[in-house]
Design a protein around this ligand. Sequence first.
Ligand SMILES: [Zn+2]
Length: 263
Amino acid sequence: MDAGSILGFEMEMEAINHALTTVNRVGMARTLPCLETIAVASVYGGNHSAAWSRRVREMQENREHLLFINGMFEFDVFLASGNLKHLCVRGELHPLGISPVSSTSDENIPDVRYSRTIHFVPGVDNLAIPVGPPIRWVGDSPARENWADSMVPVSESIKRYIRMRSSSVREELDYRLEPVGVEIYSSTRTFSPPSIGIGSETSGTPDQQDISVASQRGRCAIMGENSQAELRRTGRPDDWVRWYPSVDTPVCMACGSGVPDQS
Ligand SMILES: [Zn+2]
């Protein structure tokens, strides 16, 4: 696919929709009964994901994103139709991603009975916070990279989710708030303040190297509490966020990756 071509995206979306609709007539339980794990990283990782995310943002701005949402719906139906236990994806928005519109109260939306992990890198800002079982966000950044860069995807995604949820509360009469849970594994041992732009002042905080694991753990706990408070302010009292350092990252049951490079 030509990553820059709108036609390319839409043709790919249609082809995926068509394939999934066909498979969904029978369901994964009959076609692939032993399939228990799916890792989407090999299809939509890296730059491909960034190109898709840009296109989806354009679609959201033009309010033409139903095509995209419908595509994700077919993937959700596919995932729910078998014996899947674990799903992981790399990248934020693409047709085989984690749908941000899942619901436990809408009978048309399939139940999620499997664990979901999104592996992320700096530069993204639209990690999904679906309802249902908690979502896990895992940072792929090695310990030598700037922690500030991988904090941005978390804080921006939470802000984006809050904006989206608040507008749904305002605009959709039958919108029902459902609790969400986010488990984050992301830290590095290096921190320098993010640059704001050419000529602008930074906070003056000196670069910090070799932040100990204990210190990472303490900072993660505080940032998790702050993110949770942000979600609860506009959401429900049982919304929750837990943030852990990267050294605690469990092995992903879908793709097998674990703690990022600590050298
Ligand atoms: Zn994985």
